[in-house]
Design a protein around this ligand. Sequence first.
Ligand code: CU
Length: 187
Amino acid sequence: MRFLLAQGIETASPNTETIQESFVVAKRFLASLALGISTVTLAACGQSSEEVVEAPEGIEGLTVENVRMVLAPVEGNPAAVYLDLKYEGDRAVSLSRVAVEGAESAMMHEYGEYDFKVQMMEMLPVPLTKGTEVSFKPGDKHIMAMGVSPELKPGGTTEVTLIVSGGDKQSVPAKIIAAGGEREHSH
Ligand SMILES: [Cu+2]
């Protein structure tokens, strides 16, 4: 500060108050920088799979039934998972992510009109409030599982995990059904 204001006047005595002030400002600036960095880190953590693994098991008030995975006619193509869920929890949450054991990735899809055609699109998180009932069914909402392991065979079971806002999750067994066993998932 002194150097900027004094314009080369050598006689100006060091103003310790000003120096301390700038020091405080600098510290605040650093603190806000640090805050910015930690916010970014937290946001990144929200996306990590570690969080899913560490999240507590079970979502209070959530019932998931009739869970089945319909394999694609061609091995390795995406499979569709259907289920019926009911939420009776007091805390409003939203179903934001899904995972399917034996699949490299999974996402929630629904059909909607886009570009004058009815097609599949990624689904927004599903709000769950007390009394919510949602059916994931053929031609409607579904979970799409990509990179399905050939070890998942009709007649077997796998595990589907639903994850809500805040990281709570619930895993349920899913029956594996051959393509054509139920109306297929078309891509
Ligand atoms: Cu789909």
